[in-house]
Design a protein around this ligand. Structure first.
Ligand SMILES: *Cc1c(COP(=O)(O)O)cnc(C)c1O
Length: 354
């Protein structure tokens, strides 16, 4: 049966001329990218600006990692690799496992013991990855993965793999094309700092291609307990409820600083309780995200309070991952379902309809 793929779904086909690929590249895709840019009326009113949310949780495995993974796995296959490896706080492993399965590669993942959200772990396992929990944090898992990839025939698919950043820059292309201009401010969470590096590259290339005439001011937000870039020193025991950004020694540290400096923005930090408030306000607006994603909203509020959001500014906040990945954090000690008798009167009373 002939299959028509002329619709050019997935970031490699859509941005073929802007990525390090050729006709010889076997494209391993799950139709990632092309995610919604959602206008937030409530946040716009709150900060007196035009706030857009780039909802990356709607990628195939529920996070932006898929944009980089389609390219990393396709290139691994092109180069003749038959195994990939990554260290992960969860989403990289979920994405690597899915794309490796799609491409017929074996996949090993190293995760910090006890600190990976249930949904992400389920994804890596269901797609057939070999999941190894190490006694150590993400930074140690990444060190070990790098050492293994140096010495053995396995391709590292963390964001130190340059194809990851290349793939992830396409989110900035989409924003530029959707708005028809660059945002004034771009606000996002920072963990290992690959994604802010990628967005800055994407905006810079979009300007060179004349899709936009400007680039945004870039603001990256770490969690306060995991804010090595803000402190200017490695954090040995990073701690935050936002596990996707619980990273003490970011691999793309320099890329984050470069994005902040060149765009005249900054890397800052937000406390966990403000991340939780951001998470709740997004949920009340119908958007279910990961805690780490809500650092964007906490960051936006901090920027507003410090006078860094001009009235009417066009702002993009990146929502990096889907809330369903972490049901434990979602439910937490919040409200539970109420038990009710199976009759109309009892239900009406609970619903306060009668
Ligand atoms: C990976 C990840 C981040 C952090 O991105 P970096 O590129 O490591 O800075 C933030 N949020 C979510 C949901 C992630 O999966």
């Amino acid at each position: 049966m002939a299959v028509d793929i002329a619709g050019r779904r997935g970031i490699i086909r859509r941005y073929f001329d802007h990525l390090p690929v050729s006709d010889a590249t076997p494209v391993v895709t799950l139709d990632e990218g092309d995610t919604p840019l959602i206008f937030s009326e409530r946040l716009s009113n709150e900060v007196d600006a035009e706030v857009w949310l780039k909802y990356e949780g709607l990628n195939p495995t529920g996070s932006f990692k898929d944009r980089g993974m389609t390219l990393a796995i396709s290139k691994a296959l092109e180069e003749g690799s038959d195994a990939v490896l990554c260290a992960s706080t969860g989403n990289t492993s979920a994405s690597a496992a899915a794309y490796a399965a799609r491409g017929g590669l074996t996949c090993g993942v190293l995760i910090p013991r006890g600190n990976v959200a249930l949904g992400k772990l389920a994804q890596a396992l269901v797609h057939g990855a070999t999941v190894l929990e190490i006694e150590g944090n993400f930074d140690r898992a990444l060190e070990l993965s790098r050492e293994l990839a140096d010495r053995y025939p396995v391709t590292l698919v963390n964001s130190v793999n340059p194809f990851r950043i290349e793939g992830q820059k396409t989110a900035a292309f989409e924003i530029a094309q959707a708005l028809g201009r660059a945002p004034d401010l771009h606000v996002m969470p920072v963990g290992n700092a690959g994604n802010i590096t990628a967005y800055w590259r994407g905006y810079s290339e979009a300007r060179r291609a004349n899709w936009i005439s400007d680039t945004p001011i870039m603001y990256g937000f770490q969690a306060e307990g995991a804010s090595p870039i803000v402190r200017g020193a490695v954090v040995d025991e990073p701690d935050t409820i936002a596990t996707a950004i619980r990273i003490g020694n970011p691999a793309s540290w320099k890329g984050a600083l470069q994005a902040a400096e060149e765009s005249e923005g900054a890397i800052r930090s937000v406390p966990d309780d403000e991340i939780v408030l951001g998470y709740r306000s997004l949920a009340r607006e119908g958007l279910f995200v990961e805690l780490a994603s809500a650092a964007s909203i906490a960051g936006l509020r901090q920027l507003k309070a410090s006078g860094a959001v001009p009235s009417g500014a066009v702002v993009v906040c990146v929502l990096t991952g889907h809330g369903l990945k972490d049901p434990d954090s979602a439910i937490g000690d919040g409200p539970r379902p109420q038990i009710v008798e199976a009759n109309v009167e009892a239900i009406l009373a609970k619903l306060e309809l009668a």
